[in-house]
Design a protein around this ligand. Structure first.
Ligand SMILES: C[S@@+](CC[C@H](N)C(=O)[O-])C[C@H]1O[C@@H](n2cnc3c(N)ncnc32)[C@H](O)[C@@H]1O
Length: 329
């Protein structure tokens, strides 16, 4: 593992700050929490209802080990009721599997429990087997391992995260899933060395995680969000560095799991103002809403409508924002 020294110091500072400022429990139900998004989210009442529906269990098939059909047959022989998610042949939806780590097929790493929106995000990166790919904020590695799988364990994935403790989970996941084309680094992403350029950069930034406020498989809504000062500036610095690490003709995917336009369209607008970047349509077939071109008093570049907002009442999963950006020169 390549280890930068600076990230370790900044993490220690981060840990101290969190100890002084404990998590705040939301004083209101999610509907009230999100009321400022009433005009932004289509069918707001349906959206609010969807937050109370238990999150379905999705199993991403590990095609490095077995085919989807083989997985399905094995799990159905155990009495599980499964449905294939129609837009991709990689994901099975389990009707009732609250503890997806229990079937022996999990230990055999034939599948990985993964939110459907997380799979969609990795599919949007669309790496080719011969690519050099950088995953700038990688841990715990659900998407990284899927990216390696899409590359058929060929090419090279550089999996980076500033948290060495979280990288331990990543390496365990990569090992369990049989990923062999990945090297692990530990830099602050915004200071990732500019020595080389990548065909693809994936930047799944730390965010305010509003999109995870949804009933879990056990039916309760987690109602805790930690305040994170400096988050928007960090996201923008990570996005700029991600862009600067692209080779000409390369493509990056920026993603968050939050509703906040400042962390989504705001970050992309910032990139467009700083660099010669182009927003590209996402050529996948999943229900979504377009990126915003206006939020309150702020106007965004019209091309930002090509970004995706995935809401839980449109696609039965947790919320995600996705942007696909290319660099011409
Ligand atoms: C949303 S999570 C990434 C999830 C991951 N892509 C996955 O699918 O499993 C954000 C990650 O960013 C990491 N992170 C936070 N600040 C960072 C920084 N400055 N540079 C690189 N990584 C950072 C966190 O440790 C965390 O693992």
């Amino acid at each position: 593992m390549v280890t930068g020294k600076e990230p370790e110091r900044s993490q220690r500072r981060g840990r101290k700050r969190r100890l002084r400022s404990p998590a705040k429990t939301l004083p209101e139900p999610p509907e009230a929490r999100f009321s400022r998004y009433r005009e932004m989210i289509p069918e707001f009442s349906a959206f609010c209802r969807s937050l109370y529906a238990a999150l379905p269990t999705h199993l991403r098939v590990n095609t490095l080990k077995a085919s989807t059909t083989e997985n399905r047959l094995r799990l159905e022989r155990r009495g599980l009721s499964l449905a294939l998610v129609v837009q991709t042949d990689l994901v099975l939806r389990a009707a009732s599997l609250p503890q997806p780590g229990t079937p022996v097929e999990y230990a055999l790493s034939l599948f990985h429990p993964q939110a459907l929106s997380s799979v969609v995000t990795a599919l949007a990166v669309a790496p080719a087997p011969d690519h050099l790919l950088l995953d700038l904020c990688t841990s715990p590695g659900s998407k990284t391992s899927l990216l390696a799988q899409l590359m058929k364990n060929r090419g090279v994935v550089v999996a980076n995260d500033s948290s060495s403790s979280r990288l331990a989970t990543l390496t365990a996941n990569l090992k369990r899933l049989g990923v062999t084309n990945t090297v692990v680094t530990c830099y602050s992403g915004q200071q990732f060395p500019l020595h080389g350029r990548f065909h693809r950069v994936f930047v799944d930034v730390p965010c305010s995680t509003e999109g995870t406020l949804r009933a879990g498989v056990h039916g309760t809504i987690p109602a805790t969000i930690r305040p994170r000062p400096g988050l928007v500036a960090l996201q923008r610095a990570l996005l700029l560095r991600a862009f600067d690490l692209l080779e000409p003709g390369g493509m990056l995917v920026y993603s968050t799991c939050t509703y906040d336009p400042q962390e989504n369209e705001g970050a992309i607008q910032f990139l467009l103002e700083q660099r010669l970047a182009r927003i590209q349509p996402i050529v996948l077939d999943f229900p979504h809403s377009p990126g915003l071109t206006r939020w309150q008093e702020t106007l965004y570049d019209p091309s930002i409508q090509h970004c995706w907002r995935i809401y839980p009442h449109q696609l039965d999963t947790v919320r995600f924002f996705l942007a696909r950006v290319t660099r011409d020169v």
